[in-house]
Write a protein that binds this ligand. Structure first.
Ligand code: CA
Length: 244
């Protein structure tokens, strides 16, 4: 797997590159945000499987770099930083980072996280589309259509752009409509972590999903437990659903 290591400290980069190379990664080293963005341009040779992004860079703030990466590339980003505070983590995840590792980290843990994000982002295998262009494995819940293969969501035919985590969260809840997912379960499945502070991140993502989909009632809060997806009523004109 090709990995883009964004790190301004040459000593750190050399040591980490050696470890990663031993584990089969083909590492490209970028020393600044600009170098990283150039390497990730769509025109660049082979796409990277993952980006390891140091937040302390000489030319621009790592958070800013992450936001700019998200605008040009869907490559998973793992932020690597000495900033351990919860606000920084939430900020990073909201900017589209896939994971967040705090220095000093255990190399084994870092490798596990790299493999985890790349697994989650592996492209689907050759799904074909139906006549109206909707992939066969698309999930329809009332007006909401979720397409796992392309990670696209639409409401009444209008595409709704979601962040990676917002999509993962919605797709998880949509697996079993009506069933309550516990907060810890969601955090573990979507963020692959149990660190304190993710609860707040989860709330932020739930609120964002409700707003973006313009369906505040779609995701119901089950106080003290978690969340569940409420199957929206069928669109007008469809077969009548049972009276409430
Ligand atoms: Ca640095």
């Amino acid at each position: 797997m090709r990995l883009l290591l964004v790190e301004d400290d040459d000593h750190v980069a050399a040591a980490l590159s050696a470890v990663l190379a031993r584990h089969g990664f083909e590492v490209t080293h970028a020393r600044s945000g600009e170098e990283a963005l150039t390497a990730l341009l769509p025109a660049a040779a082979t796409p990277f499987g993952v980006v390891l992004l140091d937040l302390g860079l000489p030319d621009q703030d790592g958070f800013e770099v992450c936001g700019r990466i998200r605008k040009i590339s869907a490559t998973p980003v793992i932020m690597v930083t000495a900033r351990a505070d919860v606000r920084s983590r939430i900020h990073g995840l909201n900017l589209g980072a896939d994971d967040y590792v705090v220095k000093p980290y255990d190399t084994g843990e870092l490798l596990a996280r790299i493999h985890a994000v790349s697994r989650r982002n592996a492209p689907g295998t050759g799904e074909s589309a139906t006549e109206d262009g909707t992939p066969k494995d698309a999930l329809r819940l009332g007006a909401v259509t979720i397409e796992p293969a392309t990670r696209q969501v639409s409401v009444a035919g209008t595409a709704v752009p979601l962040t990676r985590k917002e999509f993962d969260l919605l797709a998880l809840l949509a697996q079993r409509p009506g069933v309550v997912f516990r907060r810890e379960q969601i955090i573990s499945e979507v963020w692959r972590t149990s660190w304190e502070g993710t609860g707040r991140t989860l709330e932020v993502h739930i609120a964002s999903l409700r707003a973006k989909l313009r369906m505040p009632a779609l995701i119901e809060t089950v106080r003290g437990v978690g969340y569940r997806l409420v199957v929206p009523p069928a669109p007008a004109g469809a077969t009548a659903s049972p009276a409430s």
